[in-house]
Design a binder for this molecule. Structure first.
Ligand code: S6P
Ligand code: ZN
Length: 185
């Protein structure tokens, strides 16, 4: 809507979520994460319709546009499969030198990173924490708290997502609860 060339915003960043006409929402259920968690027995006993995370994204340009930006907010619910914390699938970027920012909004998490040599490291996420993810680095987030973890991301519109590499090879280390302590094993 316009009045004298002053436009009313169409997307809002409120209550830890993106809302507005152009916001795209997606949901990942436990059943969508079949090959993600190590403990297959624990996985089989759980409700596959349980929501693990939801993403709302604002994609103001077409996918693959060079020079554009996308933004998203992910809400990752608390829980574990066996001793492994609920986490996102994780991905490299298809256009693999594209970088990304993540920042924490609510809750406690750990950003797990892995380079192409399969070296893994991690960063604590908390409200206000800012994380620069360089190109050629796979990224996934685990919720290590008792409440939902909300974080936001901003990435280039020509980054794309390579889920296949992680689906077939995984990350070289897993974030497990070892006697109450989140530990990379
Ligand atoms: C997109 C950005 C995030 C993730 C979201 C879910 O580049 O990294 O919006 O898509 O956190 O994670 P994943 O690994 O399932 O895409
Ligand atoms: Zn990404």
């Amino acid at each position: 809507m316009e009045t004298n060339n002053i436009y009313v915003p169409e997307v809002f960043f409120t209550n830890s979520c993106l809302t507005g006409r152009e916001v795209v929402k997606s949901t990942r259920l436990l059943g969508d994460l079949e090959d993600v968690f190590q403990d297959k027995e624990a996985f089989e006993l759980m409700n596959k319709d349980r929501i693990i995370y939801q993403v709302s994204s604002f994609l103001p340009v077409e996918e693959d546009t060079v020079g554009g930006l996308f933004m998203g907010i992910t809400t990752l619910y608390p829980g574990k499969v066996g001793q492994e914390f609920f986490m996102t699938k994780g991905h490299f970027h298809l256009n693999n030198d594209r970088a990304e920012f993540y920042w924490g909004i609510e809750g406690e998490g750990i950003l797990i990173l892995m380079n192409e040599q399969r070296k893994v490291w991690a960063e604590r996420m908390c409200p206000g924490s800012l994380h620069y993810i360089p190109g050629k680095v796979a990224h996934r987030v685990a919720n290590i708290g008792y409440q939902k973890l909300v974080f936001s991301a901003c990435w280039p519109s020509d980054a794309g997502h390579d889920y296949a590499t992680i689906a077939s090879e995984g990350f070289a280390r897993r974030l497990m609860d070892v006697n109450g302590v989140p530990t990379l094993l």
